[in-house]
Write a protein that binds this ligand. Structure first.
Ligand SMILES: Nc1ncnc2c1ncn2[C@@H]1O[C@H](COP(=O)(O)OP(=O)(O)OP(=O)(O)O)[C@@H](O)[C@H]1O
Ligand SMILES: [Mg+2]
Length: 249
């Protein structure tokens, strides 16, 4: 079982859109995938299956060991794609985790799923908290949307420093460009020299596109909603790089 996370300390940069699209693209290749929405705002539900979705369950039962993680999973939202929806109690995750200093609770929670699940995709909230520290520690790779602006680059560099300081494994961070608007000089300038500016290769540049916003309204991954759109093409590129990162194929 491989575990990937979509994370940035910056809000509204495209983490959830990418997490849902990657989980869906994985499931289409017969990879048994679990998407876990760790953000109490619960946006992933909307992108994945629209407003009719899927109520989450209170976290305390899971953390107290009273309910196994399987009880929190909605099976086959799409074929090969299971989903753990968020619940407003997820905002208390950090308080709960404080009592488990030095012990990766998330990793233990996911362990029973390892036989049936090939890929876990974690959609993280935009906070730098105990929860995100645990995610950064246990994920095989962490994908970080970077909008091509100086502020976003700054956040990226801060994240790298943080991961390095805490010895969480800075080789696991994978940036990709998000919400790219090539009409803007600054965006073009930054896109022209990604390796220099980010200190890492960048394998996809998702354009700013209203069709991505429509994922939330229609409740569908982009591959279903608009597979021929330039944004869908970039998400597929990102998926190919994820697959290479995880399975070298
Ligand atoms: N490439 C894009 N083009 C246009 N709009 C986008 C794009 N990606 C995301 N959006 C829109 O921007 C908003 C934020 O996107 P998303 O929820 O994916 O970001 P996030 O980083 O997960 O946000 P949060 O930090 O709140 O969890 C949403 O309304 C979404 O529809
Ligand atoms: Mg989000």
């Amino acid at each position: 079982m491989r575990i990937i996370a979509f994370y940035s300390p910056k809000g509204g940069v495209g983490k959830t859109a990418a997490a849902v699209n990657m989980a869906y693209l994985a499931s289409r290749e017969n990879i048994s995938t679990l998407l876990w929405d760790l953000d109490p705002q619960g946006a992933a539900s909307f992108y994945l299956a629209g407003a009719e979705v899927v109520k989450g369950r209170k976290l305390s039962k899971l953390l107290e060991g009273k309910s196994p993680i399987a009880r929190f999973i909605h099976d086959d939202v799409y074929p090969n794609l299971d989903f753990i929806p968020a619940h407003s109690s997820f905002r208390n995750f950090d308080i709960k985790l404080e009592h488990d200093e030095g012990h990766n609770v998330l990793k233990d929670l996911l362990a029973p799923l390892s036989e049936d699940t090939s890929l876990v995709v974690l959609d993280c909230p935009p906070t730098l908290s105990r929860l995100t520290e645990q995610v950064l520690e246990m994920a095989d790779k962490v994908y970080v949307p970077v909008v091509p602006t100086w502020l976003s680059l700054n956040s990226w560099n801060q994240l790298r420093e943080f991961v390095k300081d805490k010895k969480l494994g800075n080789k696991k961070l994978r940036p990709f460009f998000s919400m790219v608007d090539r009409r803007k000089n600054l965006h073009r300038e930054i896109l022209a020299q990604p390796a220099e500016l980010l200190g890492a290769p960048v394998n996809a540049a998702v354009p700013y596109a209203s069709v991505v916003e429509r994922m939330g309204e229609e409740g569908q991954p982009l591959e279903l909603l608009a597979p021929n759109s330039p944004a869908a093409v970039e998400f597929r590129k990102l998926w190919v790089s994820v697959r290479k990162d995880l399975w070298a194929r």
